[in-house]
Design a protein around this ligand. Structure first.
Ligand SMILES: C[S@@+](CC[C@H](N)C(=O)[O-])C[C@H]1O[C@@H](n2cnc3c(N)ncnc32)[C@H](O)[C@@H]1O
Length: 453
């Protein structure tokens, strides 16, 4: 691969004696990683059922290297949302932001969801995640990935950060800013990034990175934590951006993250920051730094919340209640929103703010149209097999599983005495989607846009 000359000069200056080792790393193959979705199962359970040869990524509890031959994107477990495919160093930022259930979490640059899916899983259904991306087309992929992961307590917005900051001043417990950058850490994996760098070198991103960090700061509550990350090596985009933020806001401080022997401390005196280099670890390149806003920073008053027409389960139309009676999950603590023909469930404390562009507001339960309720793909993915009364259980190596994922009708007679037609189709015990019993066959209700190609 031909690296831009100016880039090589900058890396020589950054790495000194280690520069030749860094260049040698381009001869090694890139490592492939998958991250187990803790919303659905434990890593040990996944290793037991996966059938793939996996090696633990030493600094990520639920991260594993896999061999190419494994082809995990072509496995029913992928369609069950059991894991997310992610470059190993890119798993680090979400693993080092200490999200706990109940937090209000913002991922400001979230698409396509590599980090948001992990942040959402760590909430374990309590509190909520607001995943934002300025690009609405990229945010659509974000919605799909979060729904595939079965994250119920989410908002997805396609907003400019300044508009979010106006609506949510001093509001979030945890914030991730995975900023757009010159992508130098990805050159080894994707040589097109090096070509793109010539037209968009580090300087092109500084203004946007500064503004993202600033707006993130404004939305952080006193005592809250914010993690800033990039996949680039340039000091201007990494340490210098954060040092300027720290200068502007003395109430911010850096916090050390859980260490790993391959991590390199940040440059320019920002030693709590972490650098990941491909010649030091089996991964590509990343920068991350964890920040805390001291408790004495005064929080501005929160802006007005939307007057949501939230309704309780008991107020829903009878046809919806009939369907929900088959779900063994407690929906009494939060509330429902019925907007046009779409039904959403919001967990306690989830309220929208006025005037923002929400692409998803809570768990999309299904559609209510002409007095008929059709459950959504998102609902199937957010349930556990035990939480729905009527299931169809297929093994992942049963050819009918892929037939189902391709949208075909299955010749399975699953009639019951009650006549209730909806079935949750599962593979190896994990939900894939819906089907409807019709005589001796199952009509396929798998989301057409998600089909196995
Ligand atoms: C590095 S990528 C994020 C990757 C993502 N965090 C993941 O792990 O899958 C940066 C994202 O920032 C978005 N972006 C660019 N400018 C933005 C802005 N001003 N506000 C919010 N998002 C922005 C881009 O659309 C892009 O999706």
């Amino acid at each position: 691969m031909k690296l831009p000359e100016r880039y090589c000069e900058a890396m020589k200056e950054l790495l000194g004696d280690e520069y030749s080792e860094y260049l040698e790393s381009f001869q090694k193959p890139a490592a492939h990683g998958l991250r187990v979705n803790s919303m659905k199962l434990r890593s040990s359970d996944f290793c037991r059922i996966s059938g793939c040869s996996l090696e633990q990524i030493p600094w990520i509890e639920n991260g594993f290297y896999y061999e190419d031959a494994c082809a995990p994107a072509r496995h029913p477990h992928y369609y069950a949302g059991l894991y997310y495919l992610q470059e190993p160093s890119a798993m680090t930022p979400a693993s080092r932001l200490p999200v706990v259930p109940g937090d209000r979490v913002l991922d400001l640059c979230a698409a396509p969801g590599g980090k948001a899916t992990e942040l959402g899983a760590r909430l374990a259904g309590e509190g909520f995640l607001l995943a934002n991306d300025i690009s609405v087309s990229r945010a659509k992929a974000l919605v799909k990935n979060l729904e595939l992961a079965g994250i119920p307590n989410l908002f997805v917005t396609g907003e400019r950060p300044e508009r979010l900051a106006e609506a949510y001043p001093g509001y979030f417990d945890k914030i991730l800013i995975d900023a757009p950058c010159s992508g130098e850490g990805m050159f080894r994996r994707d040589s097109r990034m090096a070509v793109h760098w010539e037209t968009a070198p580090p300087g092109s991103y500084l203004e946007i990175q500064r503004s993202l960090a600033e707006h993130g700061f404004q939305m952080l509550r006193p005592g809250g934590m914010m993690l800033y990350s990039t996949c680039t090596f340039s000091r201007e985009e990494d340490e210098e951006c954060i040092l300027q933020l720290l200068d502007r806001h003395p109430e911010l401080e850096t916090v050390p993250v859980r260490p790993y022997e391959g991590f390199v401390p940040g440059f320019c005196g920002l030693s709590d920051a972490v650098r990941i280099f491909p010649h030091k670890m089996k991964g590509e390149g990343h920068f991350l730094v964890l920040l805390r806003k001291r408790e004495d920073g005064a929080a501005p008053a929160a802006r007005e919340e939307a007057e949501e027409p939230i309704i309780s389960g008991g107020q829903l139309p009878e046809g919806i209640r009939d369907f929900l009676a088959h779900i063994r999950k407690d929906f009494s603590e939060g509330g429902f929103l019925l907007e046009r023909d779409q039904l959403y469930y919001l967990t306690p404390g989830m309220r929208r703010k006025k005037g923002l562009r929400y692409l998803r507001s809570g768990l999309l339960m299904g559609t209510w149209n002409k007095n008929r309720f059709e459950p959504s793909q998102a609902l199937a993915m957010a349930l556990r097999k035990e939480e729905f009364g009527e299931t169809v259980d297929l093994l992942s190596d049963d050819p009918r599983t892929v037939k189902y994922l391709k949208g075909e009708t299955l010749e399975i007679d699953s009639r019951t005495a009650s006549g209730f037609p909806w079935r949750l189709v599962c593979t190896d015990g994990y939900p894939l989607g819906w089907a409807k019993a019709s005589g001796a066959v199952l009509k396929n209700k798998y989301c057409p846009g998600w089909r196995w190609q």
